[in-house]
Design a protein around this ligand. Sequence first.
Ligand code: PMV
Length: 354
Amino acid sequence: MTNNKTQTITVEWTTPSNLAIVKYWGKKDIQKPLNPNISFSLKNAVTTTRVNAKPSTEGGFTFFLDGNKKKAFNDKVANLLKMASALLPFINTHHLTIESSNTFPHSSGIASSASSMSALALCLIDLQQMINDESSQPLNLQNASELARLGSGSAARSLYGGWTIWGETPIISQSSDNYAVKLPTIHDNFMQIANAILIVEPKSKKVSSTQGHALMNNHPYGKARIKQANDNSLQLLKVLKTGDWNQFFDIAENEALSLHALMMSSNPGYTLLHPNSLKVIEEVRKARLEEKLPVGFSMDAGPNVHLLYPKYMEETILPWIENSIRPLCHQQEIIFDQLGNGPQKRISTELKKD
Ligand code: PMV
């Protein structure tokens, strides 16, 4: 069925960003990961995207970020729509007005491409289902994850609440390079993980993650990295069941530092760390060793540091953050977040029949 009896249809979804503990770094084929990677979805760092589809023989789209037309993102959106149109034919027969907004600042070290591409993928799949008169059926999240992946690799992991794995591994039989799947049975400790995002340096990074991924082709440590990530995935999957925070921090920090080591040892090499990123790392290790605080860190491809700790230990951890960590942040900025429950549908207007 086509949408020729209707005027416009609108859907709106809110989806989270996510933080990888085992990192995706390096791609093969069409945006598939070189290694399995594991993340949890955030609660407060989300994108809300509304897509309005109006029948039009020309297709096309207009993209707004926070109410303003944003040409800078047009290429990414156009790229995703082009790939999606093979599976979702309504894209060629409708003009899409896409309005997106994030709850977190740009260049904060929170992956806005993960939340924005997953929100757009969900809206597109939802719209096609409505046009096909299949609204009563649940959305296929694996299809949405696969589509989100084409927009931005890490977006594949933003379709579920809690913990997610993307990339094939024999340990998880349903795992796939094409889409992420939700991990079942996680120890309650790690369902209560908190993430304080330390804004060490808010400037945009000098080398994009697209360029960084490409430098993993022919990287001198490429093979060793794939083995390390597989080993860390295996270990993390065990730890996520036993609930051991110290083992968890060891894996998270090994992954974060390895990611930066891979960037430094690529050709050309580059550094994204700021002097204060290193100072924070020192403080975290000191706090864990000397004060026995259950705190660790992760980092993505940038200078900002993600503190990790049990939400239920917040009262003990927060004074240490205020005294030892906040002064190391740019304008003392910290964004507090924690594990979240995944995407939420906001609105959908029904098809209007003649
Ligand atoms: O999704 P991309 O292409 O922006 O890559 C993200 C890569 C890291 O954030 C550094 C690691 C990860 O697994 O999220």
